[in-house]
Design a protein around this ligand. Structure first.
Ligand code: DGL
Length: 273
């Protein structure tokens, strides 16, 4: 096996949301090693400017590369919308983001061509999903709903109460009004409340999330580039920029595998808090 194939894969998000992507990657690529970074000190990303998001992405990518990663996975829709193209032009290793695969999957799944999108304010405002969907089907109608309070409610780690139910009911109202048949969960935090979202979208609507789609794409890229690790059981470790104990407590509620120690690192220049 190529020596490069045994290097780890770096995965990052603003917080615990990217664990929904890591979960899929751990299941699908059991021989790979992973380093997951949650930028919890700078959470949430959803209301940050594109400039701030690019500077965080640069700093995190530099730290991951210092850990000798062979690939970087941007497991955050907001960071993908603002910084994926920027990272790809600066980083030599493959950088893969969410969004493209889900957009394609949504167009393939929709019969009525009425597609709903739930995402952060920054992601909706970037228009990235709308453009990607239009590239596959220019006639598809996208109902995009910014959900500014949802990722913070999920990340707060409190048991979900009636306020989260009310929030989900409110954010999904435009999707019921538009009678969409496919809904993109356009933020990696949202699969953590998938059951709740399912209760409030039109019956039988297909829910498309990043984890499954991106895991497929990453496996294909590693294979084609001869970077796939074979044989043996890979390992995974965690780092975050905020409080490691809080990250571990919330993260271990969502990851369906044991959660080890969490290292605290705060890479690079900080944006305005
Ligand atoms: N999990 C992130 C995303 O996929 C961002 C949530 C946030 O930091 O606002 O968009």
């Amino acid at each position: 096996m190529d020596r490069n194939a045994t290097r780890p894969i770096g995965v990052f998000d603003s917080g615990v949301g990217g664990l929904t992507v890591l979960d899929e990657l751990l299941a699908r690529l059991p021989s790979e090693d992973f380093i997951y970074f949650g930028d919890t000190h700078w959470f949430p990303y959803g209301d940050r400017s594109a400039d701030d998001l690019r500077s965080r992405a640069d700093a995190i990518a530099a730290w991951l590369l210092s850990q000798d990663v062979k690939m970087i996975v941007v497991a955050c829709n907001t960071a993908t919308a603002a910084a994926l193209a920027h990272l790809q032009t600066h980083v030599d290793e493959p950088v893969i983001g969410v969004m493209t695969a889900e957009s394609h999957a949504a167009v393939q799944s929709s019969r009525t061509r009425r597609i709903g999108l739930l995402a952060t304010e920054a992601t909706v405002a970037s228009g990235s999903y709308q453009r990607m969907i239009a590239a596959h089907d220019a006639g598809a109608r996208v109902t995009a709903v910014p959900c500014p309070r949802l990722a913070p409610a999920i990340q707060s780690g409190d048991p979900f109460d009636q306020s989260v139910v009310d929030m989900v009911r409110e954010y999904t109202q435009p999707l019921r009004d538009a009678d969409v048949d496919t809904v993109i969960l356009g933020c990696t935090h949202y699969p953590m409340v998938e059951r709740l979202i399912r209760r409030h979208v039109p019956p039988d609507a297909a829910l498309i999330s990043s984890g499954v789609e991106i895991a497929r794409e990453i496996a294909g890229t590693l294979e084609r580039q001869g970077l796939l690790a074979h044989g043996g059981e890979g390992n995974y470790r965690f780092a975050c920029s905020g409080d490691p104990t809080a990250f571990r407590t919330i993260g271990s509620r969502f990851l369906q595998m044991p959660f080890g120690e969490v290292e605290q690192v705060d890479p690079g220049a900080a944006p305005t808090p």
